[in-house]
Write a protein that binds this ligand. Structure first.
Ligand code: XMP
Length: 326
């Protein structure tokens, strides 16, 4: 019978069979999928797994801490953190085109990841061992939407953290390949991951970069991070986390609108709230959030985030809209 415990046990066993007494490496994104995949593999092979977390500077508030503290505390996994913030921001400087952003982030991610992997390979080699396996948190919908499954066209070049560097000869370990998000969450709970990680909204590999419409700068990131933290806090306090799949907050950095605050004219940026309900992100409906919650988010964001003077709501389903704006 289908229970999270049965699935977790079966997947752990499967990983043990695949990896044997080999060593594996796993890129953590801060998201649910890579966290659950890593926790499964950790359960299967213990310290023979090394987790690598690349901080690309495009994360939401508190995410790095969540990986470095909460994930490690829950799993006991060995974690290497790469601070690549400056490199990513430099490479993204002046870039507005969504696919170009994705390509740069994908490329730089692999570079940073590879650097950390090479260091680990060196360490293992010194101990007479090799690392042969790369763990990825690929889910069933990723397989399908990236064109790897039933022939769906590639809509966006999905960049998944831990993307396989072509000249590194690893076998892939993808324990979540046949699961949907809610199943992954159930397995994560079964493995003892904290609710803050398990219940997290999906977050794309390219991070906040694809939620800034326009080029990515440190100031724009700080603005979006602040607005996003407020929206998430209000949604959580209203008890709405289980009703929404995710609620991207998008900064229209290249748009300005006139406003008034106190006695003064403002000329700031709008943010867009994009709350969606979905089973698997392949289709989605816009979530009918209660007006009082929308009002609290709007009031707080326009009061607390200096650069934002307008909050708008995206009421487009997928299709025709995608969930992310880029
Ligand atoms: P879209 O915007 O295509 O998003 O409707 C579907 C789901 O995928 C997430 N997403 C990504 N995830 N790398 C990822 O790992 C990506 O490049 C990427 N782009 C979108 C998005 O947040 C949503 O959950």
């Amino acid at each position: 019978t289908w229970t999270a415990a049965n699935i977790a046990d079966a997947l752990v066993e499967q990983v043990r069979e695949q990896v044997g007494d080999g060593r594996a490496i796993c890129g953590l994104s801060g998201g649910v999928d890579s966290a659950v995949a890593a926790a499964l593999v950790q359960r299967a092979i213990g310290d023979r797994l090394t987790c690598v977390f690349v901080d690309h500077g495009l994360l939401r508030a508190g995410e790095r801490e969540q990986v470095q503290q909460d994930f490690v505390a829950a799993t006991g996994a060995r974690l290497v953190t790469v601070d690549a913030v400056d490199t990513f921001l430099r490479e993204l400087d002046g870039v507005s085109d969504p696919e170009t952003k994705r390509k740069i982030i994908g490329r730089e991610f692999i570079r940073s990841f590879e650097g950390a992997v090479s260091a680990e390979l060196g360490d293992s080699a010194a101990q007479g061992e090799s690392i042969d396996f790369l763990v990825q948190g690929t889910l069933y919908p990723d397989v399908v939407e990236s064109g790897g499954g039933s022939g769906t066209a590639n809509i966006k070049s999905h960049h998944n953290v831990g993307g396989l560097p072509e000249d590194l000869q690893f076998s892939l370990v993808e324990p979540l390949r046949l699961l949907f998000k809610d199943e992954v969450r159930a397995v994560g709970r079964e493995l003892g991951l904290p609710e803050e990680i398990v219940a997290r909204q999906p977050f794309p590999g390219p991070g906040l970069a694809i939620r800034i419409i326009g080029s990515v700068t440190p100031d724009r990131l700080a603005t979006l991070r602040h607005a996003d933290a407020i929206a998430r806090e209000e949604l959580t306090m209203a008890g709405l986390d289980s009703q929404i799949w995710q609620c991207p907050v998008v900064l229209l950095a290249d748009v300005r609108s006139v406003g008034v605050q106190g006695d003064g004219r403002t000329y700031g940026h709008p943010i867009v709230l994009r709350p969606v309900s979905s089973e698997d992100a392949m289709t989605a409906d816009w979530t009918r959030l209660p007006y009082d919650v929308l009002e609290r988010i709007s009031t707080r964001v326009t009061n607390e985030v200096r650069e934002v003077n307008r909050v708008v709501l995206d009421v487009t389903s997928k299709p025709p809209g995608t969930i992310e704006w880029e």
